[in-house]
Design a protein around this ligand. Structure first.
Ligand code: HEC
Ligand code: HEC
Length: 297
């Protein structure tokens, strides 16, 4: 049923027709009988739109915005995220430089007395450790098979901060002239001991930490061949990096096979030197960090 309108088509402003149904003025545009109503956008909306356009224009002028064939428009001040990052880093470097200078002047053993300086050193050491050392010693410095745990108080070469510094700086059996050096004889492959003798001394070594029955023959061999480095009681010697054989800490495993294989062929693992590889500042921070891990003396 057609809607019957009481009002006759009336005239709006500028003589434009008013739509009968909605009572809204039309624009005067008409397509096949369809007429366009004149519903202007709200004022506030229009102004926000204009403002965003103005803002965008300003942005194009000031900041890099449009791609071009050669690259992009650079903006009035040449701002880039790279520059912003570099500036931020420069600021951090300046702050760090002051601390590094202080760290250089402070003997390693005294750094701890200045809590801020100490915290700075540990933070740097911890970051450097993850970069350079974690691959071998584990991210938590808790070691893995063949690589010593640096958290415990069992040290091959010494756990004072200076000894740790030296181990890191020059390495162990590394290619540096000042490296810590000592080589356990490969008693089996070098033909010093027969296989039964290696097994006998293996039993004695395992007996030192209560893993096995003692072996009298092994004990004699131990005094003759091993005590010069591992000590007459098997407690080790840090002068030559010979591990304590009486405790529960084993670098290469405690099974009979593992122990006899070390005695038969020796390991003599290498710890690389870091002198000339990373800065001395970093090595000092690393020494303090490793020392702080729990086993420092
Ligand atoms: C390629 C593997 C490797 C990397 C990398 C490495 N180490 Fe070592 N590290 C070793 C080995 C193997 C030993 C044990 C050497 C030995 O048997 O005397 C060792 C020993 C040590 C020791 C002496 C432990 C003790 O008981 O006296 C310290 C300290 C040490 N590492 C610190 C570090 C620090 C700090 C870094 C990083 C800057 C690092 N290491 C990187 C393999 C590595
Ligand atoms: C010249 C010194 C020297 C002599 C002699 C020596 N050792 Fe060693 N020994 C070492 C050193 C240094 C290490 C650590 C080597 C390494 O990290 O690769 C070691 C490691 C070991 C280990 C491994 C310990 C572990 O934690 O896994 C055993 C076991 C051992 N020696 C037994 C012996 C026995 C048994 C003899 C005698 C037959 C002997 N050593 C003679 C220096 C010596």
């Amino acid at each position: 049923m057609a809607v019957k309108n009481k009002k006759e088509p009336s005239q709006g402003k500028a003589g434009r027709e008013i739509d009968k149904l909605s009572g809204v003025e039309t624009t005067g545009h008409e397509w096949d009988g369809l007429k366009e109503l004149n519903n202007p956008l709200p004022r506030w909306w229009l102004w926000v739109f204009i403002l965003t356009c103005v803002w965008a224009l300003g942005y194009w002028v000031v900041y890099p915005a449009w791609p071009t064939i050669q690259g992009h428009t650079k903006g009035k001040y040449g701002w880039t995220q790279h520059k912003q990052l570099a500036e931020g880093q420069e600021e951090i470097r300046e702050i760090q430089a002051a601390y590094l200078e202080m760290l250089r002047r402070t003997p390693l053993t005294e750094v701890k007395e200045d809590p801020t300086l100490y915290a700075f050193a540990l933070a740097g050491g911890s970051a450097a450790f993850k970069n350079h050392c974690a691959a071998c010693h584990g991210t938590g410095a808790d070691g893995m098979a063949h690589y010593p745990n640096l958290n415990d108080d069992d040290w091959l070469w010494g756990g004072s901060v200076e000894e740790i510094y030296r181990s890191i700086k020059y390495g162990i059996r590394s290619s540096h002239d000042k490296t810590r050096i000592s080589a356990m004889t490969a008693f089996g492959t070098d033909g010093v001991l027969t296989r039964p003798e290696v097994l006998a001394v293996t039993d004695h070594v395992r007996a030192l930490s209560g893993l096995d029955e003692d072996n009298a023959r092994g004990a004699v061999i131990f005094q003759e061949q091993c005590s010069s480095c591992h000590g007459p009681d098997g407690k080790g010697d840090r002068e030559v990096g010979a591990p304590n054989l009486t405790d529960a800490v084993w670098l290469y495993g405690s099974s009979r096979d593992a122990v006899s294989s070390v005695i038969f062929s020796a390991r003599n693992s290498v710890m690389p030197h870091w002198h000339g590889v990373i800065s001395d500042d970093k090595i000092r921070q690393l020494a303090l960090y490793v020392h702080s891990l729990g086993g420092g003396e």
